[in-house]
Design a protein around this ligand. Structure first.
Ligand code: 13P
Length: 250
């Protein structure tokens, strides 16, 4: 019922040449995939070239951030329409690295989510607890607040179209994945909390898991009933490993 989505977040990696070389290989290696939606999120400076290379393929592209204003004196920022113009259909919003290093809050996440939707982009809204929060047993409280504030005020249709990514901060880039049970527990909770906001959308919304997803652990994670896909960092940087994620054994 919910089509899986396998997404790669390239973070601050790759020149145009490097990006093109990966997507060329990827285009070939996953051209036969129809049962999984595939998304890569390169840097702003490579989006245009990557989009040209991927035209007509089964791979969507997304940006890693945007600003909520439509235009004007906001030096260094990129508007939702510009992201769309570069060929993106998705945009990551509120990644923990942006929350941690660039002052992103649930309030800015909400503004960006609404602006992305208004521009016809699908926001991939990231939530997740830190190690300290997990140890203090406040994981559910943290996720609930991030969802309720970050995704407030959407229409029923918008609420069903967004993607949520659960990325426990302690599992990002550490090689320490949440176990399939640990991840499923939070995904089920997130779906329930989302259901309190948007009853119908909660069964339709895709919830991705992110945090050291790799070719070895992807299948077990994907077997969980509330995990609808993955958001990979490191394992998405090479065509070979990302192909293994997209073609995880079912
Ligand atoms: P890693 O897969 O490198 O842990 O990164 C996860 C992530 O932050 C994806 O957005």
């Amino acid at each position: 019922m919910r089509k899986p989505l396998m997404a790669g977040n390239w973070k601050m990696n790759k020149t145009v040449e490097e990006a093109i070389s990966v997507v060329k290989a990827l285009k070939r290696s996953i051209s036969d995939v129809t049962d999984v939606d595939v998304l890569i999120c390169p840097t702003f400076t490579t989006l245009y070239a990557v989009n040209n290379e991927l035209k007509g393929s089964n791979i969507d592209i997304g940006a890693q951030n945007l600003f909520w204003e439509t235009k004007g004196a906001f030096t260094g920022e990129i508007s939702p329409a510009m992201v769309k113009d570069a060929g993106c259909s998705y945009v990551l919003i509120g990644h923990s690295e942006r929350r941690q290093y660039f002052g992103e809050t649930d309030e800015t996440v909400n503004k960006k989510t609404k602006a992305a939707l208004a521009a016809g982009l699908i926001p991939v809204v990231c939530v997740g607890e830190t190690l300290k929060e997990r140890e203090e047993n406040v994981t559910f409280k943290v996720i609930e607040k991030q969802l309720k504030e970050g995704l407030a005020g959407l229409t029923a249709e918008q609420a069903a179209s967004v993607v949520i990514a659960y990325e426990p901060v302690w599992a990002i880039g550490t090689g320490k994945t949440a176990s399939p049970d640990q991840a499923q527990e939070v995904h089920a909770f997130a779906r329930k909390a989302y259901g309190e906001m948007y009853v119908d959308a909660s069964q339709k919304v895709r919830i991705l898991y992110g945090g050291s997803v790799n070719p070895t652990n992807v299948s077990e994670l994907m077997k969980q009933p509330d995990i609808d896909g993955g958001l990979a960092g490191g394992a998405s940087l090479q065509a070979e490993s990302f192909t293994k994620l997209v073609k995880y054994s079912k």
